[in-house]
Each structure stands twice: as C-alpha cells, then as structure tokens.
Ligand binder design. Structure first.
Ligand code: SF4
Length: 366
C-alpha cells in the first residue's frame, strides 16, 4: 500500500492496542485534534488515534512489543511492518521551580515538537451552545493533567529543558480564546518573548484573528516565527453547526487578517487548520484552499478525529478515500504556488504528523 494511503487509513481508522499502555507518549484532551499518539512507521512519525471509539474497532492492530521492544502492525491479521511509539521524553520527569510537573506545562508532539496550550480555558467553551463541538480543551484541565495558565517563566523553563534533554526543534503555542479583543495574541506574545530569551527555538503561535492587526507586528517582534489562525470548517452551514461561537468571526475576517499578517511573517509562514470530515465537501475545502494558497497561506488539512467526551465523539472520521480526494489535489496546488511544509519555520504544518499532506507533497514533488 502506498505510504500516503496507509497514513490516511491509520488516521481514519486508528490503531487497536494489544497491550494498552504500550503506546508511549499519549495525547488526551487539549485544543484541536487529540486522543491520538505519535507512531513512527517507515521513518515517518504520524499521529494515529488510539483512545477514541473508532480505534477500538480498527482493522489495524499494534501487537505486544517483543523482547527487543519492536511492535508489529497488522491489518486484519496481515503484517504491515514494524512501528515504534515515541518514548516518554526526559523533560517529563522534571518539576518547575514552583512545583508543577513539566508535562503539565507542555507536551511532546510528533517527533520533535514542543506543544502547549498557554491558556487552557476558552470563552467559547463555557456553554454547550457556543463551544466548538470537536474541542476538548477543558478535558485535560478537569483531569488534572495540565494547569489553566502557563506562565511565561514556566514555558521558558520547560522549553529550554525540552531542547536540551530531548532535542525538540520547534514549538507550537496555542491558546483558548480569552475574553479580551486581542483573542490571545497578548499572552502568546509574552510567552514567545520569554521562551526566546531562554532558548533559540522557532515558535508558531496559534490564535483567532485579533481585533487589531497591530498584534501581528507585536507577536513577530516578540519572537513568533509562524502564525496559525485556524478556520477548522469552511462552509457557512458547517461552521454554524460545529463551531457556533467561533463562526461569529466571519471567514472574510480570517482572510483580511491573513492579508495583514502576510507581509510581517512572510509568504508560507502563515497557516490554517482545516478539519476534513465535518461536513464540508472536498470541493468546498479545495475552493478555500485555492484562495488561501493564492495569498501564501499553507492550508493544513487534517482528518477530523472524534474525541471521547466531546459532542462529536460519535461523528465518524472521514474515509481514507475522502482524504485522498482532498490531499492529492491540494498537494498539486501547493506545488504550483510554491508553498512547502518543510519551509515553514515552526508549527503544525512543519510537523505534519496529523495529516498525510506532507507525504503527498513529497510524492508530488518527485
Ligand atoms: S501537527 Fe500540530 S497538533 Fe499535530 S502532532 Fe504536530 S504539532 Fe501536534
């Protein structure tokens, strides 16, 4: 099976674990996609669901690790190959000067990304009516796996250790949306400034478009290298249904924000998450990607992962065929417009583990 199809299948179906607890670093709760783990196959690290409902019925099975620590992956009983799960990073064993475990401040994503949700609460998460239906930002907080507000000095301390102990190469800072008009840009800027003062680590910040475009210069000056402003869903009907609060920010505001931010961050350093499988058609997703790529924004299209405990926990993940129908033409579009994941300085598009898109890009570029 071609690698990109295998990734699509693993991300749609998930992986059953013969030995629960064998999956190394796990990611449960948090903003955006969750409930999945980094799996390395053929030298590539991808995120695959293991904790959600589809994974329990997946045709893919990760067998018990053998004596050498190797884990065999099979599909319906047929061996596919060896995989490995990411080992617990060393920085997880540390505790901050003020007594908080480092793993409650930031976590390892993919192979070499340090990720944090600077503010673990969100104005949109307060009510069932407004919450983004796919998001689990409150879960890890309720479960005591994180703290609500990571201070700049805690982030700096953890980032430095993650670089020194585990070779982390870039950092993603996302945030729940606070009540103020800056939509989180202010706390991201102060966090980036503190991290950059402690360690040389490329940073992607992720937030809603702030009310004032002056925040783009402030974030850049503070040390943010790349910026993600996430559309998630693209058509008016799907936006209103799955993210009723966030849908109040019109798509056109995202575009005006991208246009204002482009000269500051540079072509290819802006990106947006698009969750495929929530109801937008392939044509609707590709249409908006056409607009995004034409202004230098990298559309990071990922398969929607149903997360346990969210209103969409029973919503199906997209089929591998649907992902193929989106990602193959999208990779061609990226090649035509000269946008490349590996030229992004930091962040999800660069990491790429949540989607097969970068694998399609490599194939298209051959
Ligand atoms: S693509 Fe983003 S959310 Fe997914 S593993 Fe990488 S850093 Fe984390």
């Amino acid at each position: 099976m071609a690698t990109e199809h295998l990734i699509n299948e693993l991300q749609s179906f998930g992986i059953r674990l013969a030995a629960p607890g064998s999956a190394g670093v796990t990611r449960r709760g948090g903003a955006g996609p969750s409930d999945h783990v980094p799996v390395t196959i053929d030298g590539m690290t991808v995120m695959a669901p293991v904790h959600n409902a589809p994974a329990f019925e997946s045709p893919y099975l990760a067998e018990k690790p053998n004596a050498q620590g190797r884990t065999r992956l099979s599909r319906d009983g047929v061996t596919i190959g060896d995989i490995s799960f990411t080992a617990r990073p060393r920085f997880y064993d540390r505790v901050t000067a003020d007594g908080v475990p480092y793993s409650h401040i930031a976590t390892l994503h993919g192979r070499d990304v340090l990720a944090t949700t600077v503010l673990q609460t969100c104005i949109r998460y307060q009510s069932r009516v407004k919450t983004c239906q796919f998001c689990s930002i409150g879960h890890s907080l309720a479960a005591g796996r994180t703290v609500e507000r990571k201070t700049p000095s805690q982030l700096a301390e953890v980032a430095k250790a993650a670089v020194e102990l585990d070779g982390v190469r870039h950092m993603v800072m996302t945030t729940g949306t606070p009540p103020g008009p800056d939509r989180g840009a202010a706390i991201l800027a102060e966090s980036a400034r503190a991290v950059k003062a402690a360690v040389d680590l490329p940073i992607e910040a992720q937030c809603e478009p702030p009310d004032d475009d002056a925040w783009f210069v402030r974030m850049k000056d503070a040390g943010v290298d790349s910026l993600g402003m996430h559309l998630e869903a693209v058509s008016p009907a799907v936006r209103a249904r799955v993210m009723p609060g966030k849908a109040q920010v019109p798509i056109e505001r995202y575009f005006s924000a991208f246009e204002a931010a482009a000269p500051i961050f540079g072509r290819g350093q802006l990106s947006t998450f698009i969750l495929a499988g929530l109801g937008d058609s392939a044509a609707e997703i590709l249409d908006i990607c056409e607009r995004l790529t034409s202004i230098g924004v990298y559309p990071f299209v990922v398969p929607f992962v149903p997360i346990s405990g969210t209103p969409l926990e029973s919503h199906p993940a997209p089929t591998p065929d649907f992902m193929h129908a989106v990602l193959e033409p999208l990779a061609a579009m990226l090649a035509k417009t000269g946008l490349q994941s590996n030229e992004i300085k930091a962040g999800c598009g660069k990491c790429g583990a949540c989607s097969a898109l970068s694998t399609y890009e490599r194939k298209t570029g051959k």
